[in-house]
Design a protein around this ligand. Structure first.
Ligand code: PXL
Length: 290
């Protein structure tokens, strides 16, 4: 049966406070006209950057959750995973992809593990090793610059050249995914600025979208960016337009937040900008790299 609305299995944690993971994935994809079926990997009182958070790992529960869906014979247009709570969970996601792939869904893996050169507090090197296995099954991966370095076992070096980043993209795509999108790539010539650089192995193209610098580091922006990419690709936008959409949305969200007295750890004011997702891309700024 042809579905009227695309359906995504969203495998992420539910962090109650601080606007990350399912708390942003669901509103973004719903606004973009996508049905979200959540697979909650863990429940936290907040993301892990807020001291004293409560954490319930749902690894033991997940099989039951997924088994019910197996019995129902549910199909998905996309399987989209993010923050995973334990090494065993990575194996469960891998099996989920195998079991729910008969209709060839788009598989998007955001290897949420680290930022600013450091692993998040719940992550281990064992999880990094397993993530290298999991991304073999992805069509698209969206690591940030730190996660790309961990996946490739490369040094986190902010002086990286564009040529080296292209080499990283190609090597990551050789691990499995057709499309690799690295966010927060440093721009050594423009200190503090970053860009998003992507590679599509199927047509050999590299794309770049520059990000304006705003001196605040909000949590959840990686989840927001990856969710917009998922919604955009599902609505059949091209890869460079999806990148533009992701960067423009994040920029609007950060601009709506920065300059208010809002505490950075509470995330961006998503509620103020969600409606932007309904607008067409009026000005595009992607560059083609050769
Ligand atoms: O935004 C990524 C993310 C997702 N889930 C949890 C996190 C983080 C980043 O800190 O802590 C629980």
């Amino acid at each position: 049966m042809q579905r009227t609305v695309n359906r995504v299995a969203a495998i992420h944690d539910l962090s109650g406070f601080g606007r990350s993971s399912l708390s942003v994935v669901i509103p973004i994809l719903s606004t973009m006209g996508v049905e979200v079926c959540a697979v909650p990997t863990a429940v936290l009182s907040s993301h892990t950057d807020i001291e004293g958070y409560a954490f319930l790992d749902l690894t033991d529960y997940l099989e039951e959750h997924i088994n019910h869906w197996r019995k129902l014979g549910i199909e998905f247009d996309c399987i989209y995973s993010g923050f995973l709570g334990s090494p065993r969970q990575i194996k469960i996601v891998s099996k989920f992809i195998d079991d729910f792939s008969s209709n060839n869904p788009l598989v998007v893996i955001d290897p949420v593990m680290a930022d600013n050169g450091m692993l998040y507090s719940t992550m281990t090197m064992e999880m990094v090793t397993q993530m290298r296995e999991l991304i073999k099954k992805a069509d698209i991966i969206t690591p940030n610059f730190t996660e790309a370095a961990f996946l490739l076992d490369e040094e986190y070096n902010l002086d990286i050249t564009e040529k080296e980043v292209k080499n990283w993209l190609v090597r990551l795509s050789e691990m499995g995914p057709k499309i690799v999108i690295i966010t927060s790539v440093p721009e050594p010539d423009l200190s503090k600025n970053t860009s998003v650089i992507a590679y599509n192995r199927e047509d050999g193209h590299f794309w770049k979208v520059r990000c304006v610098y705003i001196p605040a580091h909000y949590p959840g922006t990686g989840d927001i960016f990856a969710s917009v990419i998922v919604g955009s690709i599902l609505q059949k936008d091209s890869l460079p337009i999806a990148l533009d959409r992701g960067v423009q949305f994040i920029t609007a969200a950060i601009r709506a937040t920065y300059g208010t007295e809002y505490p950075v750890k509470e995330g961006v004011l998503l509620e103020r900008v969600l409606g932007n997702l309904k607008l067409p891309i009026l000005v595009s700024s992607y560059e083609v790299l050769d």
